[in-house]
Design a protein around this ligand. Structure first.
Ligand SMILES: NC(=O)c1ccc[n+]([C@@H]2O[C@H](COP(=O)([O-])OP(=O)(O)OC[C@H]3O[C@@H](n4cnc5c(N)ncnc54)[C@H](OP(=O)(O)O)[C@@H]3O)[C@@H](O)[C@H]2O)c1
Length: 157
């Protein structure tokens, strides 16, 4: 079963500032929804705290090294490997949904990357890592909005 990263970065690879995503781009969240629809999201504890609620229509597994961490409406896991194993059992498309710490670890295991680049530079302290050379670009589409953005789909070679 394939595992994908789904992320949005600014042109300077910023994905977050503190717990927040530092932009509002019309249509970009709808794109995230379309990509992840009916799937299982795996996210870090800080990303979950930034969102503050389970996202509808998807199963969410939140990873924390704290074994006592629990949230109503989500599953929890104490490692990325265990979270992926659980998502495979759930048997729906699997998406690693951030944040920076999770993306860095997941890059070595994922088969695909759905990466949207927002065409602006923003201040922030959380970055998306470089896409490794062993990923091929298989689809690219640019959207016009209040800030234009480009969706790119990469697959591991
Ligand atoms: N633009 C985007 O597409 C996008 C998407 C998602 C998030 N973001 C942004 O990213 C930022 C958050 O990223 P972040 O790097 O600070 O944090 P994060 O990756 O969301 O969460 C980090 C936390 O996850 C847990 N964790 C990480 N690796 C683990 C592992 N292997 N096993 C068990 N638990 C593990 C730990 O929780 P404990 O400390 O509880 O142990 C760790 O402190 C926010 O600004 C958010 O808005 C952006």
């Amino acid at each position: 079963m394939k595992v994908a990263i789904v992320a949005a970065q600014a042109e300077n690879q910023v994905i977050g500032r503190g717990l927040e995503i530092p932009w509002k781009v019309k249509g970009e969240q709808a794109l995230f929804k379309r990509i992840t629809k009916n799937g299982t999201l795996i996210m870090g504890r800080k990303t979950y705290q930034g969102i503050g609620r389970p996202l509808p229509g998807r199963t969410t597994i939140v990873v924390s090294r704290n074994p006592d961490f629990a949230i109503t409406g989500c599953e929890t896991s104490t490692s990325l490997e265990l979270a992926i194993a659980r998502a495979i059992e759930i048997n729906k498309p699997i998406f690693i949904a951030g944040g920076g710490e999770l993306y860095r670890q997941a890059l070595v295991v994922v088969d695909e990357i759905h990466l949207t680049t927002i065409h602006t530079k923003v201040d922030g302290d959380i970055l998306f890592p470089d896409v490794p050379d062993n990923f091929n670009l298989v689809e690219e589409k640019t959207f016009t909005s209040n800030i234009n953005y480009t969706y790119r789909h990469f697959e591991r070679t």
